[in-house]
Every structure is written in C-alpha cells, then in structure tokens.
Ligand binder design. Structure first.
Ligand SMILES: Nc1ncnc2c1ncn2[C@@H]1O[C@H](COP(=O)(O)OP(=O)(O)OP(=O)(O)O)[C@@H](O)[C@H]1O
Length: 465
C-alpha cells in the first residue's frame, strides 16, 4: 500500500533528494516549491503526510501549516526548521505539527518520523502482538474432529497451505468455504490463512450481512474526506488493511449485484481507489469467502454473478453439517464441556451415558455453534457433577411446540427426509417428557406400544432404562 507524501521545500536539490529517497522506500512523493502550490495540490493529491519547510518564499511555513490544518485537521505535518529558533519549533507544535526536524536533514531520520506519523511503528508492535495471539488460536489443531469428513477437510487445508508456500508468484488462489450455519466456516477460514504462506500477515474479516449495502463499499474501499456527507476524515478500507494478507468475506451471498461487480473488478486488477479519491493503489491481498447459501443455484437464478462465483471458487472447501459427522459430536461436546466447566469452576462435570446418547441422537440444526452453546448452558446450570439427558435443554422452536421440535416447514428446509423427521419428533417428545414414555406417547398422539416400537426401530435407547 503506497503512502503519499507532499514535500513543500524551495531548495530544489534537497526536495529532489527527499523525493528520490522516499520513492526508493516505497512512498509516493510529490514536490512543490511554495506554500501556495502546496495548498493547491492538497485536494488532488491528498497526502498522508506533509513535509514542510519553514523558510519559504512569500507565505512562511507556519502560515502554510495553519492553513493545511484548517483544511485537513488530522493530517500529519513534519516541519523542517532549518536555522529557525526554538520558539518557531514550539509554535509549529502548538499549531499542530506532528514533529520537526532541523537542517541538515538526515534522510533516515525523516523516514523514521514519517513512519511514526503514519503510526506504523506503534501499529506494527500492536499488530505483531495481536497477530501472534490470533495465529496461536487459529491453528489447524483447534479445528476439532476425527470423523472421516473432518479429517479429509483438514488434509485439504494442509495441502492448500503447502501448495501456497511453494507458489512461485504471489497470486494466492481464492478460497470459497461453504456449509450450513454454525458448522465452523470461520474457523476453517482462519486455519487456511494461519496455516498458509501469509500467516504473519493480517487476516481481515468482514461479515457482508451485518453491514448495510450502502456502507459496504466505503467499508471495503475506504474513502477520502468529503467523499460523502458523513466522510469527515479519510478512512482506510478493509482491502487496504488486508494488504499482504487475507480478506475474509463472510456471508458473501449477501452481496448485491452492484457490489459483486466491484469485488470482481478489484479481484482481477488488485487495485483500489478510495471513494472520492484520485489515486489507485495496488494492493496485494487474497480473498477467502464463506457462505451458507447455495451460490450455484443463485447463479442459475441470476442473483449471483457466475464470473465472480467461478473466481471465488478456485479452491472449494465444504464443511459438513454436524449430523453428517456424528462421531465428532461427543468429542466436541466433551471439549466444550471441559472449557466451560473450567470457566465456571466446576472441574468435575462429566456427561452421563444418557446425556451422551441424547447428544448423539439430536440432529443439530444449528451445528457446532448449537452444541457449544448448549454445553455452556449446561456447565452454567449444573448442580451435580453428572450431566444427564434431563439437563440438556433442547431449543424451544417458534410456535411453542415441544422443546426441540422443528416445525415441519423448517424440517423440509433442512432437507430432512420422513424418517429423519419422525426420529427427530420422537427424540424431542422424549426430551420434553424427560424420557417418560407414557407422557411422550401422549404428546405424540401414539399408544405406548407404538412409541416403543418406534424407539426400537430408530435405536433410541437413552434415558429409557
Ligand atoms: N471443528 C470445530 N472445532 C472446534 N470448534 C468449532 C468447530 N467448528 C465450529 N466450532 C465453534 O463453533 C462456533 C461456530 O463456528 P463458526 O462461527 O466458525 O461457524 P460458521 O460456519 O462460520 O457460522 P455462520 O455461517 O453462522 O457464520 C464457533 O464458536 C467455533 O469456534
């Protein structure tokens, strides 16, 4: 990401040297030799930092400083004070200069000051700390699961990371992660980033569903001061923030067609221009996107661009629903229980056999998130060390039916077949009746025998000793 520096200096050789030095170090620099010209260039060039000489023809440096600050209050200005007195330096600071540097200029020092003005030093230290914390929390090992589909998914992530590290250019493939809500797509996205070649670079996250459509563009691309009514100060966009790293676009299916076109363009050109800005910046970033929607159907319906879909889906990772990896349910439940038992200082909590069975029997429409939340609730409420089936509070659906019973329309949405629905209703009714067969049968409008027959048929054993 190139930062723009405006140099207002009437000693032409010095100005030229500063410009050449800064350009060598990756800045974009423009020189002017008077305060008036500097003020003229301000709006079009929109510098991040101004290097301003105190001794200028006509308008002196302090006047220029005051006028620049009046127009862009938060801009960082470094004064070159020459043989000016201490009073001048003090006045410059009072007028809001970021710092000052006496002549003769040591270019390395000037660069250090510019970096400091841009907040690089401080931000870098903070980022390194946050980055290290994030990286350790996002390792592949935190993606729990030993079921065949989870092992296959983890193997895919490992292979992708290896391939990225061997890549001869810097153009990492985009990754599309699909799966139902709560299956762990975000965790997978983090694992992809932190296992890969850019693990020391930023992982920037945007949930496309939580930002109103009209603000999404500003959030992604950033804006210059005055770009629209509320744009009082310049704001960097998230794409800029992801420079060198990954941009994770969660719920990408929520993007409208207009934003889809803009995203495709930026993915192809890898250049962004802030709203209201003139300068295009080359940004090196990779996109990881996630959705719980069927984007292919959306393409067929015409509500998702096919070119963007194929661009995003260079690597496709599918996270299976929890019911398709039932051998992971207990492993996850026990891990979540251990975490929350420690948090609530109830270290001896464990899952009794009937609770284990009930957890295995449930179809987990909310996937891992639902399981995690349930185990937290259990740890919070538990009075005994043994957590039994009765302690598991399956959710109350809208409409107030028996706990855990999904309305039929919702069951159809979840692609449950008739047997799944029947099994699901049986388990929910047994849960509500605290596994009392007579009451459960009554709830379901069945005879006890009919219920017993079905319990056998679906091998629902727990809680019915
Ligand atoms: N395999 C897993 N191992 C450990 N924790 C998991 C696993 N999968 C999901 N989780 C946890 O479950 C919760 C939900 O996961 P996550 O937010 O990644 O799901 P998601 O698919 O992105 O959901 P949504 O579609 O609603 O955004 C998180 O707390 C996450 O840490």
């Amino acid at each position: 990401m190139t930062r723009a520096i405006l140099i207002i200096e009437d000693e032409l050789v010095l100005a030229k040297n500063i410009k050449a030095y800064l350009e060598r170090h990756g800045y974009e620099a423009v020189t002017v030799d008077s305060g008036e010209d500097g003020l003229d260039r301000l709006d079009a060039f929109l510098p991040d930092v101004v290097v301003l000489d105190f001794h200028l023809p006509k308008m002196n440096g302090l006047e220029v400083l005051a006028q620049i600050r009046a127009r862009i209050p938060l801009i960082k200005i470094i004064m070159i004070t020459g043989n000016a007195t201490v009073e001048v330096a003090v006045q410059a600071m009072k007028l809001g200069a970021f710092d000052y540097l006496p002549k003769p200029i040591v270019l390395g020092e000037l660069r250090l000051l510019i970096d400091r003005a841009l907040g690089h030093e401080r931000v870098e230290k903070t980022l390194n700390y946050i980055q290290a914390q994030q990286a350790s929390k996002s390792e592949l090992k935190h993606l729990l699961g030993q079921s065949p589909p989870m092992l296959a998914l983890k193997e895919d992530i490992r292979r992708l990371a290896e391939a990225e590290c061997r890549l001869v250019d810097n153009d990492l493939p985009t990754v599309l992660i699909t799966g139902e809500t709560g299956t762990g797509k975000e965790l997978v996205a983090r694992a992809v980033h932190y296992a890969g070649a850019r693990r020391t670079q930023p992982f920037i996250e945007l949930n496309c569903a939580t930002i109103p459509a009209h603000m999404l563009e500003a959030e992604l691309f950033g804006y210059e001061r005055g770009a629209f009514t509320d744009a009082r100060e310049r704001k960097f966009g998230l794409i800029e923030a992801a420079d060198g790293g990954s941009l994770f676009l969660d719920e990408i299916g929520e993007l409208g067609l207009g934003m889809q076109a803009k995203l495709l363009k930026v993915l192809e050109e890898k250049k962004v221009r802030r709203l209201g800005g003139l300068r295009e910046q080359r940004i090196d970033f990779r996109v990881i996107a996630a959705t719980n929607q069927d984007l292919h159907s959306r393409v067929l319906q015409g509500s998702f661009r096919s070119d963007l879909f194929y661009r995003l889906r260079m690597v496709h990772l599918q996270v299976p629903p929890l019911r398709a990896r039932s051998s992971d349910i207990l492993l996850l439940a026990q891990a979540f229980l251990a975490v929350h038992a420690a948090r609530y200082r109830k270290p001896r909590l464990y899952l009794a056999a009937d609770a284990q069975q009930a957890l295995r029997d449930w179809h987990w429409p909310g996937n891992v998130r639902e399981l995690r939340n349930m185990l937290e609730q259990v740890a919070l409420m538990a009075r005994e060390d043994a957590v039994t089936a009765q302690d598991l509070l399956f959710p109350l659906p809208p409409g107030g039916q028996a706990p855990g019973i999904v309305p039929l329309a919702a069951a159809a949405d979840q692609n449950m077949n008739l047997e799944d629905v029947e099994r699901h209703y049986l388990i929910a009714a047994l849960g509500k009746s605290k596994w009392n067969v007579t009451r459960a049968a009554k709830l379901l409008g069945l005879s006890r025998d009919a219920l017993r027959y079905r319990i056998e048929k679906y091998s629902i054993r727990s809680g019915l000793k």
